[in-house]
Design a protein around this ligand. Sequence first.
Ligand code: GCB
Length: 610
Amino acid sequence: MEEINLLYPITTNTRVVLDLDGVWKFQVEEPVGSITEDNPLKTDEVMAVPASFNDQTDKPALREHNGYFWYETNFEVADILQDQRLVLRFGSVTHEAWVYLNGKKLTHHKGGFTPFEVEVNDFLVPGKNRLSVRVSNLLDYTTLPVGNFSETKDENGDPQYSVDENFDFYNYAGIHRPVKLYSTPKDYISDVTIVPDVNLNDGSANVNFDIDTGGSFDDIEIKIIDENNNEVGTAKGTSTNVEINNVHLWQPLNAYIYTAKIIGIKNGKIVDTYEEPFGVRKVEVKSGRFLINGEPFYFKGFGKHEDTYVNGKGLNEAYNVLDIKLMKSMGANSFRTSHYPYSDEMMRLCDREGIVVIEETPAVGLMVDFGFDIANKMDKIDEDPTWSKLKTGDAHRQVIHEMIDRDKNHACVVMWSISNESAHYAPGAHEYFEPLFKLARELDPQKRPCTYVAIMMTLPDTDKCTDLVDVISLNRYYGWYLTNGDLSKVTDTVLQELNQWQSKYPDKPIIYTEYGADTIAGVHSPYNEPFSEEYQVEYYKKYSTAFDEVKNFTGEQVWNFADFQTKFGIQRVQGNKKGIFTRSREPKMAAKYLSDRWNNIPNLGFKKLK
Ligand code: GCB
């Protein structure tokens, strides 16, 4: 399968990175077809990049716009870079982008949560260059995430689009992640694949390197540098191994990061260098346990979102840093990138901070007629038409490919989640998912475990796909969407279901990837009423009691880390309020309860292998 090269742009002694972020011109394309790449935008409207456009305005019509819109900026390239290979890279544009330089088409990319890049040398002109990006935020039955799309005509016969999110987060859009122009020499390192093989008995590791290049080199040298800047191994060649003795393992919350310095040599001279940070760790699933470096790991943490005030889903590094500190102070060790791959920057941060990540594709909403009425859905699962209606296969394959290619070297990523809450119980589900799991396993050089995240209708006797997963990941809302206000039977229900899964699949670890209750910060109740902070605490207590009794239960990730924005709906008051923190990261009472619990559960060795 064709490889996608998505090395993160960095500066080295052979590479320069220019930042094109800032305030760009912005214009909505209305009517459709009224703007082309030929002329500069005629507008006074501006938007900050990277960020969602939606919350950078006081105009409801702009915030809720569905369709096409344009961004534009100008830049000039320094003369000293003219003989270099110049690459334009977008961290992500949500959801579809057509990119033009000086009115000429550079590239097109569909999929809002993965990077893409293009060489621009042949398109540059002397002086100012006009970079324009046409973006679409439309979603339908072919895209990931899945949207309910409809089109009408206005009084002039022009199309008007509407997208109803088939999922529970606001459809933020725009240029969400950094835009960089970077240089490499004409002979360059284009990709690095690192696979550590740890020998836990003698404390050594054999690290395999595969280096891809463009142009040509006489030699490739690899140097492994430790955290004290000492060289601890070296090798030559594009496909080679380096042995590290007395290896420092990358451990949950105790990261150790080596740097692989890749050097391309031609005619006796260094032509290109690239540095890739990496951790050495071993991940396995065995006898109902999730092992990291040979010891049973217990996931404690959250489902999250990329979601902050004003930035929307745009990169917000200050929030990323704060979120990880808050997680650590609570004794959490992990999160899931619900419901799409997060930024490169967040993945690099998690590597360094020792945060364990379950990385998810944007396959969310793969269930026709998504809604919150679980009880009603449960009665109709045999008639669910999802897999004959959705046409998401191509998008799904593409994003699995892009996600794994981008993040294959990250020590923090220990498992891929192929989808969130799809109709795994419906006719056709296995046929849809089997090839996708096969693809992920083929593409991942580190052969990480794979899972999907199962909605409440996916039960031991209704699920059609559990044979495909290494870990059973469940989202459960007993006491919220079912039996709201009555927590009396939650522990028993949870326990009973977990025991059913365990006896049916005794070798598969089971984790909860979501469970939660909407909670309005500051609402209190002596009767533990729903939406009160007390109810949220009681809700979590009921689940914890059940979890501790199940041998193969190896992780709890609550829903959600923080309150987040959703579409409008009678079940949502300014968004989803299941956060343990508010949207501005103030803790609710449950933060204290979970923190007390998690700080007393070790990361490794909690539920021992017999
Ligand atoms: C779920 C979804 C998540 C929602 C959550 C909720 O099962 O996976 O995207 O936000 O429930 O709060 O309803």
